[in-house]
Design a protein around this ligand. Structure first.
Ligand code: IPE
Ligand code: IPE
Ligand code: MG
Length: 239
């Protein structure tokens, strides 16, 4: 079978800010939670498509440290959806050998949700199809602060020296330890900002901003983003 243009050269790590669920629902006169449901479906589609394309890592921004500022009703709707979604994702994960990892501070989630996340992470740790890094109560600044704190504790307890800290050592303390940086970051919904997503890991990523709302994002949109990525001239500071 001939490979499509997008398939012939895919980034190994794609990161997506899954934005635009609320506007998608509003356009249809539906509650915001309906947008989040549709967004969960879009995620499932894209995770499957990434597997087909041979993408090794897919990192998705599902809930930020700032998203707690939303109404109680919306936050609890999202949390309920996550619980039911994760249950299904666990089943898919076993079937498709998808590895799940969670980035973010899970301690603020309900004990039930925390347990589901940890179970998924553990049960899939040996899988080698696409690895999904699910960012939940994730904030880039929070991730960096947690890493600094963990390193400082290791210094205080004599396991590390302050002067030994360099970029490689620091990366081991981040949620993304062991995961290569994303080559491509996609933000649908027309917004052109990072909103606290992976600030350490994206210093050399290519950014593709698209007008489509996340629930409408499908394989064709991912192909388009990858095609745009391939047109970029990546220099990494070189001439
Ligand atoms: C992204 O969609 C999902 C979350 C942040 C949880 P939004 O809910 O931000 O949708 P818009 O930006 O209001 O359209
Ligand atoms: C970023 O989207 C967070 C997620 C998609 C989970 P937001 O909708 O929260 O970002 P802002 O508020 O527009 O910057
Ligand atoms: Mg938004």
């Amino acid at each position: 079978m001939a490979l499509s243009d997008a398939q012939s050269c895919v980034p190994q790590h794609i990161a997506i800010i899954m934005d635009g669920n609320g506007r998608w629902a509003k356009k249809r006169g539906l509650p915001r939670t309906a947008g989040h449901s549709a967004g969960a479906e879009a995620f499932r589609r894209i995770a499957n498509y990434c597997r087909t394309l041979g993408v090794k890592y897919l990192t998705v921004y599902a809930f930020s440290t700032e998203n707690w500022k939303r109404s109680e009703a919306e936050v609890s709707g999202i949390m309920r959806l996550l619980a039911s979604y994760l249950k299904e994702a666990l089943r898919d994960m076993e079937k498709n050998h998808v590895r799940f990892r969670f980035f973010g501070d899970l301690s603020r989630l309900s004990p039930k949700l925390q347990k589901m996340c940890l179970d998924a992470q553990e049960r899939s740790s040996e899988y080698h199809e696409v690895q999904v890094n699910f960012c939940l109560n994730y904030g880039g600044r929070d991730e960096i602060i947690r890493a600094i704190r963990a390193y400082a504790n290791d210094v205080a307890e004599g396991r590390k020296q302050a002067d030994d800290l360099d970029e490689t050592v620091f990366e081991e303390y981040l949620d993304s330890a062991g995961v290569p940086d994303p080559e491509l970051v996609i933000r649908p919904s027309g917004e052109m900002r990072l909103s606290n997503f992976l600030p350490w890991q994206t210093v050399y990523s290519e950014f593709v901003f698209m007008d489509v709302l996340w629930p409408d994002f499908g394989p064709a949109e991912l192909d388009e983003a990858i095609a745009e990525f391939r047109r970029r001239n990546r220099r990494f500071g070189g001439a």
